[in-house]
Design a protein around this ligand. Structure first.
Ligand code: HEM
Length: 198
């Protein structure tokens, strides 16, 4: 008790403040110091990717894993693109613009389940982007009837996606793939016929 009273007396003597006022001011200074220092990045952490925790604090993580290399899908149909809509966390999130498929998994805040642009995922969305429309009936690759300014809007989106996201494939119409398979079969039969005729 003696030490406590001496410390309080010393505080009052040296600062001219009551102990309560002194410790309140001290606590506020610590809070301000911690808030301000948290706003800056130390030189060692400058090039490390930030990790945002669920509590909203940013920390710099040495063990942050590099993003996985995007998987190339080649030519797929719109039906095959559907499952890449973020509902399966083991699959990348994909969307297509002018037939080109982009891996947008890096922007889960825009495209992950429940996010504002999730309706575009797993789909060809050229028409919706050209018209700046969220209507389900516009989320497709039909460019019919679009005017020059709408096509220019679409081109801007295309450039944005080309710059920002890896391209992982192209869309092919499902009928065309079936037609192509059919044509290939005819060609094969024709080639076999020619071989046999020799
Ligand atoms: C109320 C009107 C809208 C507001 C305030 C708004 C706002 C925003 C903002 C702030 C961003 C983030 C931009 C960035 O950081 O790069 C964004 C992204 C985006 N917006 Fe909108 N938006 C609106 C309407 C639309 C419409 C009509 C569409 C298309 C139909 C659209 C499609 C997108 C897409 C696809 C992205 C993500 C682009 C990316 O992947 O980087 N937005 N929007």
């Amino acid at each position: 008790m003696g030490i406590y009273t001496t410390v309080m007396d010393e505080v009052a003597l040296y600062t001219g403040l009551s102990p309560t006022a002194f410790f309140t001011i001290l606590a506020m200074m610590v809070v301000v110091y911690r808030t301000v220092t948290n706003m800056f990045v130390s030189p060692e952490d400058y090039n490390k990717p930030p990790v945002v925790s669920t509590r909203g604090n940013i920390r710099f993580d040495d063990d942050a894993k590099p993003a996985a290399e995007p998987v190339q899908l080649g030519e797929i149909t719109e039906e095959e693109l559907r499952p890449y809509n973020g509902s399966d966390p083991s699959k990348p999130i994909l969307m297509a613009i002018k037939g080109q498929i982009y891996d947008v998994s890096s922007a889960r805040n825009f495209y992950g389940p429940g996010s504002p642009y999730a309706m575009f995922t797993g789909k060809e969305c050229s028409r919706a982007l050209a018209l700046l429309s969220f209507k389900p009936q516009d989320i497709n690759g039909n460019l019919e009837g679009l005017d020059e300014s709408e096509l220019a809007v679409l081109e801007d989106w295309e450039y944005k996606f080309m710059e920002k996201y890896p391209k992982v494939g192209q869309l092919v119409p499902s009928q065309r793939t079936q037609q192509n398979e059919h044509k290939e079969q005819i060609q094969d039969n024709f080639d076999v016929g020619k071989e046999e005729a020799k």
